[in-house]
Design a protein around this ligand. Structure first.
Ligand SMILES: [Zn+2]
Length: 559
């Protein structure tokens, strides 16, 4: 009897789903599908560091769970060109046997630029797909469907496998009147429902926002109202990947006979790629450089630039500080910050807004003017997708844990069976059941610099301490034979200045002296332990005397 049940169970084809990023966090999106040993990967993004990751350029997903499986990977499919979906692709290609990559034109175009910066050892196989065609990567068949999002060429995926149909929304919203006319085909979603969808994976980012996310066109309407009010330079900033937003600013500027200056490295790069692909319409004669800028009246210029998040080296921040040679603001100029404030960046952005006002400009930003809408679906749209697709199982993706939990709650209210998974948690699904497997290694790998230099947690702690508390180098000259101090300890301090130097150094020196005088012979013979003891001793001293915990580096010189 038992044997029969087992036989019957194995007869039901099962699909294994392994999230390696984006579940329980915003960014690093990466999902792995496995059927009978063959693997299809969807997206491989990065995350920009928060304030706690000093000196870290970005984080990438830990993909070690796939190492050794290179031969089984049939391809990497990309849903859209945002950094949190394509940013870690170079690492994946180098580490996982350079599998073929598939995406729409802008996605592949932006990935190419990223790969050029990386000096790849392998030669990437990039394939631009036509979303009208199905892609065959046995045992998977991939159907693309257009979705509205804050970047051109965004798609959701319908993956057909012998185990059943999987619908992955990617990042999306159901904008009823998107700029490019590519509405989400609700009839197609309903057809997936009728066909029978084994599993739905859907974007949870905006589940906390009730109702529908407004259409991108509403920003265009705000631009159309604000632009004619400006008598001087018009400066607009947004994420460089938001081509529709840039297009709307360009269209408004052109209608007012303002010429366009595009500045800031990533803005220039994305606009170049988007113009080459024909997704950004900006005729050559309307584009100007800094030379023409000087010659044109101020009300004939529109500047489109970077810096919407207050990035310290960005063009907008330099303009705000009055440090940009060619772009000095005056009374009558207008600045539009057309993006959301990413949590953690508020201080920098607000500082820019204050400084822009100081320079005499009028400033418009989210909260005071309708100059931004989100690219992610609100709660009512998420509900609509669940109702149309009617999956056998649902797993919320893309969001912090609370977003996933609320999205799961919504699905359960609609009667959809739901599983809450996190990164590294394999899920096995079939029409009959869904189960969790043993967790595999997952998490974030911190990268500093353009290469793949990994930063450990310990180094991160050191960097935080350096930034917040400074550095003390303690130079101790010791007798090789006895371990006795030959000279008084010397201290080199960086990052803070004790007010009464003598007051701190003399007691620090005597603390070290007595530590060494009382140290047992074994300690003096073991340099690492001795350094550790000196470090702890000085740590105690400085935290008591200065209420600081500087990074302490003992330098032992033996004579
Ligand atoms: Zn996105």
């Amino acid at each position: 009897m038992t044997v029969d049940i087992l036989k019957e169970r194995t007869a039901v084809p099962v699909l294994r789903v392994l999230p390696l990023g984006g579940l329980g966090e915003i960014g690093l999106n990466m999902m792995v599908f496995e059927y009978e040993g063959k693997i299809l990967i969807v997206d491989c993004g990065l995350m920009f560091p928060d304030m706690n990751m000093i000196g870290v350029e970005y984080a990438v997903p830990d993909i070690s769970a796939l190492e050794g499986r290179e031969a089984d990977i049939v391809g990497l499919v990309l849903t859209h060109g945002h950094e949190d979906h394509i940013g870690a692709v170079p690492l994946l290609l180098e580490r996982l046997g350079n599998p073929p990559v598939f995406g729409l034109p802008l996605t592949v175009g932006l990935l190419k630029c990223r790969l050029e910066e990386c000096e790849m050892r392998c030669k990437p196989a990039l394939h631009t797909v036509d979303p009208a065609e199905r892609l065959s990567l046995p045992p998977f068949e991939v159907e693309f469907f257009r979705v509205a999002h804050s970047i051109v060429d965004s798609v959701g995926l319908a993956l057909r496998t012998p185990a059943g149909l999987v619908v992955h929304t990617g990042d999306f919203k159901l904008d009823p009147s998107p700029l490019d006319g590519h509405r989400v085909d609700e009839e197609r979603l309903a057809a997936f429902g009728r066909e029978g969808t084994l599993l739905l994976l859907s974007d949870s980012t905006n589940v906390e926002c009730d109702g529908w996310t407004p259409s991108e066109r509403e920003v265009g309407a705000a631009f159309a109202e604000l632009f004619p009010q400006c008598r001087g330079w018009l400066v607009m900033t947004t994420f460089s990947s938001n081509i529709h937003r840039i297009q709307q600013a360009v269209d408004c500027a052109v209608a007012l006979d303002r010429r366009i200056l595009i500045t800031g490295r990533s803005m220039q790069l994305v606009c170049r790629v988007a113009r080459e692909l024909g997704v950004l319409r900006l005729p050559d004669p309307m584009l100007i450089g800094f030379k023409e800028l000087r010659e044109l009246p101020r009300d004939k210029v529109c500047v489109i630039t970077t810096g919407s998040q207050g990035e310290p080296q960005s063009v907008l921040t330099r303009i705000a500080r009055g440090e940009h040679k060619q772009l000095q603001l005056e009374e009558g100029d207008m600045v539009i910050i057309s993006s959301r404030m990413i949590p953690g960046n508020e201080c920098l952005i607000n500082q820019n807004i204050n400084n822009l006002y100081r320079r005499g400009a009028q400033v418009h930003y989210q909260g005071v003017s309708p100059v931004h809408v989100s690219g992610h679906a609100g709660r009512a749209e998420l509900q609509r997708v669940l109702e149309l697709v009617q999956p056998r199982w649902f797993i919320p993706v893309h969001g912090e844990y609370r977003h996933l939990a609320r999205h799961a709650e919504l699905a359960r209210q609609l009667g959809v069976e739901t599983a809450l998974a996190e990164n590294g948690q394999p899920v096995t699904v079939s029409w009959r059941d869904l189960s969790f497997g043993e967790p595999v290694p997952s998490g974030r790998i911190l990268v500093d610099g353009l290469g793949v230099d990994l930063v450990g947690l310990e180094q991160l702690r050191e960097r935080r301490r350096l930034a917040g508390h400074g550095l003390v180098v303690a130079r101790l000259t010791l007798d090789e034979a006895s371990g006795a101090l030959l000279e008084p300890p010397e201290f080199l301090v960086r990052g803070f200045v004790p007010e009464e130097e003598e007051e701190y150094y003399a007691p620090a020196a005597s603390a070290v002296q007595s530590l060494l005088a009382e140290a047992p012979e074994e300690l003096l013979a073991d340099e690492d332990s001795l350094k550790d003891a000196v470090r702890r001793c000085l740590q105690r001293h400085f935290s008591r005397a200065l209420e600081k915990r500087p990074l302490i580096v003992p330098l032992l010189i033996w004579r």
